[in-house]
Write a protein that binds this ligand. Structure first.
Ligand code: NAD
Length: 502
């Protein structure tokens, strides 16, 4: 295995960045500030356990200040009142700044949460830029409606920005999840207060600086780093926040609804966890590709993806050979130095997550599943957080490793006999984010994709993704939809204006 190599290019760049120092102050009303009470927290890199920055620990007073700034910016219409074409120009410029800062943003992301630099460079940064640009370009192309009323009246149905949006995001794709909120929220004319995860606050702060440089007026986009039970709770309970765009765990999503009911009934849009079923039928004509995709999609981002296909349902007839192939395909994903451009699987976000994942691996063994690959920590002498990609065979859908979201590189293989059984197992989950079906029988592929209860179903692939399509779940995977024009539904209110015509 590839241990961290301090001689590599990206290590040199990281050393340079750290020598210059990372500014961990919050960004409110266009300016950097320490937390009101001066409190800080350590930002620890899971690559090697080093403290890479000290970050302002925002709390109630800081959230109050950020919300006030966002409200003032919304009230005087410095952003919402700009002509749509002018807002478009700023957002497109923002996207260009993100692209220009690609190396720095990718490095921040990798240092902060351990994903391979290769993926941060080729996926996270370009996808964040594309997202902001796509919504920016939509601003001056969306029309409102005129209702089909009698001639004696005119009824306009217009979309109004909701006002102040609180965005609370997780650490697995820190910049991208923030962009999925920022793109439509800003494009619609709202002001935003973003609370990044305490485990990955750095790229959000840099994003806010880039937005300012691109011409976004001060106060429109504020970032308050801090902990969930402090800054996050203060934001979600705030009486002057109109909507919360939340991405995170189902456990905390539940609290968002509670905070809303205890405060001002703000709109809550939850994008939550998953335990996605990926169903492989024996009739699929390229089982090698199905196996490679099952592994690649599962271990991408260390398995820390909400839509990871973590329950792999394999038809009994092919299961022995298929599982053997999975085990053969796993070693290239052995954890390695995230700053090495050849690395496919990096570090887990922190020690807590490593313990959680190792706890689930132990639970799988205790409940009788058969570990055919991985099952252990790796690279321990690095001081970082590495777990070998793990495949369990012989999993039953009532085991914890099949029911609970692990959020790490652990794949559970469940065998099934018939199509009906596969659909029943796939749908027997509290979650409903993504699902996959592999079959060369068109009727079956369509039948099963219709029957799978999930926000997105993949047929004979699992990787397709684009900003043009909605992303979100059913059941306890949440209610909102990020991406596509449908995301505007979350950040706008429909307003009806009746006029009497003489
Ligand atoms: P988390 O729920 O622990 O935290 C998410 C955010 O909420 C963080 O910013 C955190 O600080 C904040 N938070 C935590 N407790 C809070 C509280 N009491 N009040 C207010 N805010 C609070 O989730 P996580 O561990 O950061 O992220 C992993 C989860 O995110 C997984 O469940 C994953 O499936 C989910 N996720 C979902 C999607 C999606 O689009 N559906 C995308 C990415 C991640």
């Amino acid at each position: 295995m590839n241990a961290p190599n301090p001689q590599g290019l990206w290590h040199a760049r990281a050393a340079d960045l750290l020598a210059r120092g990372i500014d961990g102050r919050m960004l409110i009303d266009g300016h950097r500030y320490n937390a009101t009470d001066g409190d800080l927290f350590d930002c620890v890199s899971p690559i090697d356990g080093r403290v890479i920055a000290r970050v302002a620990r925002g709390k109630q007073a800081d959230i109050d200040r950020a919300v006030q700034s966002a409200r003032a910016a919304f009230a005087d219409r410095r952003w919402a009142g700009m002509p749509p074409a002018a807002r478009k120009k700023v957002l497109v410029a923002f996207a260009e700044r993100i692209r220009a800062a690609r190396d720095e943003l990718a490095l921040l992301e990798t240092l902060d949460m351990g994903k391979p630099i290769k993926n941060a460079l080729s996926a996270d940064v370009p996808a964040a830029a594309r997202c902001i640009q796509w919504y920016g370009e939509a601003v001056d192309k969306i029309y409102d409606e005129v209702a089909p009323t009698p001639d004696s009246a005119l009824a306009l149905i217009t979309r109004q920005p909701v006002g102040v949006v609180g965005a609370i995001v997780p650490w697995n794709y820190p910049m991208l999840m923030a962009s999925w909120k920022l793109g439509p929220a800003l494009a619609a004319g709202n002001s935003v207060v973003l609370k990044p995860s305490e485990k990955s606050p750095l790229s959000a702060l840099r994003l806010a600086e880039l937005a300012l440089e691109a011409g976004l007026p001060e106060g429109v986009f504020n970032v308050v780093p801090g902990f969930g039970h402090e800054a996050g709770e203060a934001l979600a309970l705030h009486m002057d926040v109109d909507a919360i765009g939340f991405t995170g765990s189902t456990r905390i999503g539940r609290r968002m609804l509670d905070y809303s009911s205890r405060s001002n009934l703000k709109r809550v849009y939850n994008e939550l966890g998953g335990k996605s079923a990926n169903v492989v039928f024996a009739d699929f004509d390229d089982l090698d590709r199905a196996a490679a995709t099952a592994i690649g999609s599962m271990f991408y981002n260390q398995g820390e993806s909400c839509n990871a296909p973590s329950r792999l349902l394999v038809q009994e007839d092919i299961a022995d050979a298929f599982v053997k192939r999975l085990a053969e395909l796993t070693p290239p994903y052995a954890p390695a130095d995230p700053l090495d451009p050849g690395t496919a699987l990096g570090a887990l976000v922190d020690e807590t997550q490593t313990k959680t994942v190792m706890g689930y691996i132990q639970a799988g063994i205790d409940e009788g599943a058969h570990c055919v690959a991985g099952g252990c920590r790796a690279l321990e002498s690095s001081g970082g957080q590495y777990v070998a990609p793990t495949v369990f065979d012989g999993v039953r859908n009532d085991m914890r490793i099949a029911r609970e979201e692990i959020f790490g590189p652990v794949l559970s293989v469940i065998r099934f006999k018939t199509e009906a059984e596969a659909v029943a197992i796939a749908n027997d989950s509290a979650y409903g984010l993504h699902a996959g079906v592999w079959s060369s029988n068109l009727d079956r592929a369509v039948r099963v994709s219709r029957a799978l209860h999930a926000g997105t179903v993949h047929v004979n692939q699992y990787d397709e993704d684009d900003i043009t399509v909605p992303f979100g779940g059913v059941k306890q995977s949440g209610n909102g939809r990020d991406k596509s024009l449908h995301a505007f539904d979350k950040y706008t209110e429909l307003k009806t204006t009746w006029m009497r015509i003489g």
